[in-house]
Design a protein around this ligand. Structure first.
Ligand code: NAG
Ligand code: ZN
Length: 319
């Protein structure tokens, strides 16, 4: 080969290499392979730092802040704001049009919702929430991602409080009322079964519809990070402990329909949650509507009593 030609190839290769590293700063990461999974993330960005997410929230240790009133959500009932959804290979991401605003006491500014996505396990049998409450996980976790004062994501990552995430738990239960919003959402999943697929949404469900009857006054607040590389420590977390109850088929739909590659042969997109990170010297605050010591979650609710009754019946029967 002629030497100039070889030189051109080297220059081209270098340019491509530079372009690759500068556009994909988080590097290749994954959930399920020791080579690129959560243990290996330590080498990426802030992932090995001390203010990471998710965490286990120990409710008796949370400090009640009487100034943390209900979160105020504007525009979340507007189904037209859910413009499109995409399979990123790591989650299903719904793009939100402008106009959804979050404000609350304890937040330094008004935040604008940009997108929402979910984390899940393997259906009803394996929970896949990222945060835990008193060492208990839930079937799935919904994250609504907001930026401070409508900053671009790039600019928000430079501000220690640049991003606010609202986290909602989703729990599969056979006793849940059918939810038209979740049904509609899961009906769209087939269209984005493969990584890279995107579909426009049709206004058939809204974010408020998905949130159902969650009490927006009851939440925990702490300072943490993104739960995917580069794990930037720029997130004000608001975690609502009372789960949204959905029928089991809703929770089963995500890991059974979505693929983590662009092939129908799989592997399926499942267990896309980061393991718990240590709280370190951080403090979790409880909103005014939560009781510090025994919260209402320690009072058995009718649905929670059913497994207990079944166990008692089973024990009695064995005796
Ligand atoms: C992560 O942090 C720990 C404790 O500070 C340190 O021992 C370890 O070497 C770090 N790992 C990496 C990959 O930086
Ligand atoms: Zn998330």
């Amino acid at each position: 080969m002629n030497p100039t030609w070889v030189q051109h190839l080297i220059v081209l290769g270098t340019l491509l290499g530079v372009r690759y590293t500068s556009t994909d700063t988080a590097g290749p990461w994954c959930y399920d392979d020791p080579k690129c999974g959560p243990e290996a993330w330590a080498a990426l960005g802030d992932c090995n730092s001390t203010r990471q997410s998710p965490i286990n929230i120990v409710t008796p240790a949370a400090v009640r802040n009487p100034n943390l009133g209900p979160v105020c959500l504007t525009g979340y009932g507007d189904a037209g704001k859910l413009s499109s959804m995409k399979n990123t290979g790591k989650t299903v991401d719904v793009h939100l049009a402008d106009g959804l605003r979050l404000s609350a006491q304890g937040l330094p500014a008004t935040y604008t919702a940009k997108s929402f996505h979910l984390h899940w396990g393997q259906g009803e049998v394996r929970p896949g929430s990222e945060h835990f409450i008193n060492h208990k996980g839930f079937s799935m976790e919904l994250h609504i991602v907001h930026t401070k004062n409508d900053l671009s994501t790039t600019d928000a990552l430079k501000d220690p409080e640049g991003i606010a995430v609202l986290a909602f738990f989703i729990q599969a239960t056979a006793h849940a009322r059918p939810s038209p919003s979740w049904k509609s959402f899961t009906q769209h999943l087939e269209k984005v079964a493969l990584k890279g697929k995107k579909t426009n949404l049709d206004g058939s469900f809204s974010l408020r519809g998905l949130l159902d009857s969650v009490d927006l006054a009851r939440y925990y607040r702490y300072q943490g990070s993104l739960t995917t590389p580069n794990c930037d420590e720029v997130v004000v977390w608001t975690v609502f402990p009372d789960p949204i109850l959905v029928p089991p088929d809703v929770v089963a739909a995500f890991p059974s329909i979505l693929n983590s590659t662009d092939s129908h042969a799989g592997p399926r997109l499942q267990n896309n949650y980061r393991p718990l990170q240590s709280l370190g010297n951080r403090q979790v605050q409880a909103s005014a509507a939560l009781r510090v010591a025994p919260s209402s979650s320690s009072t058995p609710r009718p649905a929670a009593l059913i497994p207990l009754l079944i166990s008692i019946a089973a024990i009695t029967w064995q005796l």
